[in-house]
Design a protein around this ligand. Structure first.
Ligand code: LLP
Length: 427
């Protein structure tokens, strides 16, 4: 169910007209629906429970990079989520939001010494290690701190996720993970290092996957490795299959989370029954986009309508610095008028005020517009605000969380002084 719907000619989020938020908070503003976030998280949690996985049998580690607002993290933490982080900064956010460090897994190819120390001092659940040098660094730091680092190796299964090349991560020539053919040797090294406890295996092949076939193919390869490791005397406690399913931006039809997880658990159960007398293995997921993507919109106001020689432009007050996805991946986001008008539509490119030709949010859209109109850029909850920048000394947008017919500002708009507060003139 969508929580962004028209009532009459006005676009609502849950029980609240979006124009009310724009009038009170201004634009551009990211607006998230609490009910949608909850529903999307529960799709994973309920499917785990339906397949007999309790707290320790499966853990959903929300991918913080997709939307890291403290209120979002806090809500998901309250729903029982763990967290997949990729920096020390993200760990500090999780802690500030009241998240449980024992449900945190740390991914990423370039963990610094400081980040590793911070994570060890909070005794996080697991490091997803991506290289042999990282293993050595982790072991040395853990030894110096008298700590044990729980580790899973991120293996690269060389499976084509059939998604945008910039968000494919599991192919041979991607920078991510440990090559499949090097995995056993790397596990042997990990197993031999002091202060490293090998607990799991991890892979992540890409984002915005609409079909689960590549994920199940990756699972099969991971299962193969787990069996080989078992015969080497390395018994794993968990497997982590990476990010979640893709979402509908336009008319894509992603597989339902419940169907994907049903197939995945069926394979795992069959395998465990056949080879391990049914002894369970814990399963982890790192979904981001499918939890927050369709739970958020970017609210923006039309500044000018500009009728060019070959094109019409709607110049709005949001720009590529607010939502980078169109400029970076030519990503498609729906555009809806917050107050629908009854007049003939025209084709517009929706563009921002930034001085770049790449500063567009949508192209060739049939819209009925007047200056001052409000637009909602749809499906902008994931990789929207977290990828925003201050280019052109533009303060980042405000963020709002809606609950029923009430809303809270969960991040105030940055003002220009915030942007140069850390700078100084040389005397
Ligand atoms: N785990 C790892 C190790 C990841 O690298 C990612 C995303 C995820 C989990 C979460 O995947 P999801 O469930 O969101 O598909 N900025 C791009 C997406 C980059 C994704 C990077 N990794 C975009 O706007 O489409």
């Amino acid at each position: 169910m969508s929580y962004f719907e028209y009532r009459g000619d006005t676009l609502y989020v849950e029980g609240l007209p979006l124009d009310q938020i724009a009038n009170q908070v201004g634009t551009p503003t990211y607006v998230y629906s609490r009910a949608a976030l909850t529903q999307n998280f529960r799709a994973y949690a309920d499917a785990c429970r339906a397949h007999g996985r309790g707290e320790s049998g499966a853990i959903v580690c929300y991918s913080v990079k997709s939307n890291s607002n403290l209120a979002v993290l806090n809500l998901l933490g309250q729903l029982g989520s763990g967290f997949d982080i990729v920096s020390g900064g993200e760990l500090l956010r999780v802690l500030a939001a009241g998240g449980d460090p024992r449900k945190v897994i740390f991914s990423g190819v370039g963990k610094s010494e400081e980040e590793i120390k911070l994570a060890l001092s909070h005794d996080i659940l697991c490091f997803n290690v991506e290289s042999i040098p990282e293993l050595h660094r982790l072991s040395a730091i853990a030894s110096s701190m008298g700590r044990q680092a729980r580790v899973s190796l991120r293996v690269n299964p060389d499976v084509d996720p059939k998604t945008h090349p910039y968000i494919s991560t599991g192919l041979k020539d991607n920078k991510f993970g440990i090559a499949f053919e090097d995995a056993l040797e790397t596990y042997r090294i990990a197993h031999s290092l002091p202060h490293i406890e090998v607990t799991g295996i991890d892979c992540h092949i890409g984002s915005q996957l609409l079909d689960d076939a590549p994920l199940l193919e990756a699972l099969d390869k991971v299962i193969e490795l787990v069996d080989q490791l078992q015969s080497m005397g390395i018994a794993l406690h968990h497997l982590d299959i990476g990010g979640g399913i893709g979402i509908t931006y336009d008319n894509e039809k992603p597989v339902a989370v419940a169907d994907y997880l049903a197939r995945l658990f069926k394979r795992i159960d069959h395998w465990r029954a056949e080879k391990y007398d049914g002894a369970p293995i814990s399963v982890m997921f790192e979904p981001g986009r499918s939890i927050v993507g369709n739970a958020g919109v970017l609210l923006t106001r039309v500044e000018y309508l500009k009728h060019g020689a070959t094109k019409n432009f709607a110049v709005v007050d949001a720009a590529m610095n607010d939502l980078m996805r169109p400029a970076m991946y030519e990503a498609w986001h729906g555009v809806q008028s917050v107050n629908r008008r009854d007049a003939t539509a025209m084709s517009y490119d929706v563009v921002g005020p930034v001085c770049e030709s790449g500063d567009w949010l949508a192209r060739n859209r049939q819209l009925t517009l007047a200056p001052g109109d409000l637009l909602a850029i749809m499906s902008a909850g994931a990789y929207g605000m977290t990828m925003a920048s201050n280019y052109n000394t533009r303060g980042r947008a405000a963020e709002v969380l809606v609950d029923g017919s009430r809303f809270s500002v969960i991040r105030r708009r940055e003002n220009p002084k915030d942007l140069f507060a850390l700078e100084s003139i040389v005397e």
